[in-house]
Design a protein around this ligand. Structure first.
Ligand SMILES: Cc1cc2nc3c(=O)[nH]c(=O)nc-3n(C[C@H](O)[C@H](O)[C@H](O)COP(=O)(O)O)c2cc1C
Length: 173
């Protein structure tokens, strides 16, 4: 099996702030609040006008977004756990609620309001989505949580020995 080792930094979503975005009916971003921009690592200018999949994380199963779009196109509201990718390729988890914005009774846009996810639930959802991607035969990788220091020590030790991190792990177990 071809193994690669990467370390990504998780951004904690603050408890007391809401993360809001709106899109047109095709999913192109029309508005983000300051917290959204800060957490995603992009500026509002970089986000507005771009498709919302600019934040798509490869760990998210395709079927989750299919379900999201099927639900909102049927004019119902969707909620679920989302792992997003920041501009610096780090990530953050949110619990998102996506629903329609109506003007004179007509659906004109979509909006999403997000809240933080408990650490234990993030670990659980990562496993759920890893399994879904495996079952859906998508490109698959397992995600392992390591304390930051441990990850750093592994990378340094592998560098010192002139081997890849996955080779070092292979030697150790
Ligand atoms: C209001 C709204 C908010 C969305 N928020 C996100 C988001 O935070 N992250 C994300 O990856 N996709 C989000 N999506 C879904 C994207 O439009 C897209 O379907 C998804 O990123 C998957 O990309 P793909 O359809 O190109 O495969 C949102 C869609 C809507 C309508």
């Amino acid at each position: 099996m071809d193994v690669t080792f990467d370390m990504f930094i998780e951004t904690e979503v603050p408890e007391d702030e809401v993360i809001i975005s709106r899109t047109d009916l095709r999913g192109v971003i029309t508005y983000v609040n300051d917290t959204f921009a800060k957490i995603s690592g992009y500026s509002s200018e970089e986000l507005i006008g771009r498709p919302h999949n600019i934040l798509r994380h490869p760990d998210m199963p395709k079927s989750v977004y299919k379900e999201l779009w099927d639900t909102i196109k049927a004019e119902k509201s969707w909620s679920g756990y989302v792992k997003n990718m920041r501009k610096d390729r780090g990530y953050y988890w949110v619990y998102a609620e996506v629903s329609g914005v109506y003007k004179n009774g007509e659906l004109v846009e979509y909006k999403s309001i997000r809240s933080p996810v408990e650490k234990q639930m993030r670990v659980e959802m990562q496993k759920v989505y890893d399994k879904m991607r495996e079952e859906e035969h998508e490109d698959w990788r397992a995600v392992m949580y390591l304390p930051y220091e441990t990850g750093n020590r592994l990378i340094k030790e592998a560098h010192k020995r002139g081997v890849k991190v996955e080779e070092l792990i292979g030697e150790l177990i």
